[in-house]
Design a protein around this ligand. Structure first.
Ligand SMILES: Cc1cc2nc3c(=O)[nH]c(=O)nc-3n(C[C@H](O)[C@H](O)[C@H](O)COP(=O)(O)OP(=O)(O)OC[C@H]3O[C@@H](n4cnc5c(N)ncnc54)[C@H](O)[C@@H]3O)c2cc1C
Length: 296
């Protein structure tokens, strides 16, 4: 059975969309954990879920395995991510056909990061250099695909300038991207200012904010280091005040995420994408569930 496209869900506009992002675990135990957590998360009735794509071809089957598992559990639509890393054009045509034949109609379309140890992204022989080229390739091969693309409210680390990064987002959308999902951020002001600039640059596509409910200071600092997201002083102070008290840290992080969700949906965001990191605990917490339910 074919998945509905996320574009069609956005166009229906019945309610702000809720989506979760999972990653393929490396071990069988990780797979079992994911299955258990995904079963719990189903209760929140998300509108779609996505599964990340690792570097190199070896993890491709893992992405599909997790997508199929989630679909068997009743999640729909399920959106695999796809990157340009390590694949020639021919490979990408083959992967696109496989995704299509399995009934998936949505793809989070990315360039990908350089493999570990490399500082610079190098395209595979006869491969693609940027995500907009992958959007183009996928839409050319299967026009039915709905391609999501990545947006960076705090600017992609390799971008030449904020303006060049926005131009890139515009290019990805005008190449056939249907919507964008953002890198995680903790400061809503960053998103509001980014959206104002995006609109001024002529971007009219839906942009779904991506949020991570913070569970500890060390986790937040690690994620900010990896993604280049800033940590607002108020959140830093709250997490610092919680100290080693795990429960108090979680409460502070969850309360912060619930406040972000409330403000963003009140301001008209088309949905919320939660980086759940294969865990249900924060996403299924009362403050987050109640806040999301209030807007749906
Ligand atoms: C929602 C989301 C999901 C993600 N999922 C995954 C995943 O599953 N697997 C994974 O490996 N990574 C994932 N990532 C991370 C992503 O792959 C990295 O951030 C990667 O470095 C950039 O990918 P992109 O698609 O944004 O690249 P692009 O849009 O191609 O941009 C990459 C950089 O190149 C610049 N650029 C673009 N075009 C040009 C040009 N013509 N000339 C000069 N510069 C240019 C851009 O400004 C940017 O700095 C995800 C990120 C997000 C936000």
């Amino acid at each position: 059975m074919e998945d509905p496209t996320i574009q069609s869900l956005l166009e229906e506009g019945k309610r702000p969309l809720l989506s979760y992002e999972f990653f393929p675990p490396k071990t069988d135990k990780g797979m079992e954990n994911l299955k258990r957590e995904a079963e719990i998360l189903r209760e929140a009735d998300p509108d779609f879920v996505t599964v990340t794509y690792g570097a190199g071809g070896s993890t491709r089957m893992k992405t599909f395995e997790v997508c199929d598992m989630l679909r068997d559990m009743g999640y729909r639509p399920v959106m695999p991510h796809l990157t340009c890393v390590g694949s020639s054009r021919e490979d990408l045509y083959g992967i696109a056909d496989e995704i299509f034949d399995r009934g998936y109609r949505n793809i989070m379309t990315l360039r990908g990061d350089p493999p570990k140890g490399d500082t610079e992204f190098r395209p595979a022989p006869d491969g693609l250099s940027y995500a907009d080229e992958l959007v183009h390739l996928l839409k050319e091969r299967h026009p039915e695909f709905c391609c999501g693309v990545a947006a960076y409210p705090e600017i992609h680390p390799e971008a030449l300038s904020p303006e060049a990064d926005l131009e890139n987002l515009k290019r990805k959308l005008s190449s056939g991207g249907a919507f964008a999902t953002t890198q995680l951020f903790f400061d809503n002001k960053v998103f509001t200012e980014f959206m104002a600039k995006a609109k001024a640059a002529g971007i009219q596509h839906p942009v779904i904010p991506g949020l991570l409910p913070a569970l500890s200071m060390s986790q937040v600092e690690r994620m900010c280091g990896m993604c280049g997201s800033s940590l607002p002083s108020e959140l830093r102070e709250r997490l610092a005040a919680a100290g080693d008290d795990e429960k108090a840290s979680e409460e502070a992080g969850i309360e912060w995420a619930a406040r972000q969700v409330d403000e963003l949906l009140k301001a008209g965001a088309p949905g919320i994408h939660l980086y759940v990191l294969n865990k249900s605990h924060a996403a299924m917490s009362r403050p987050l569930l109640d806040t999301i339910a209030k807007h749906r």
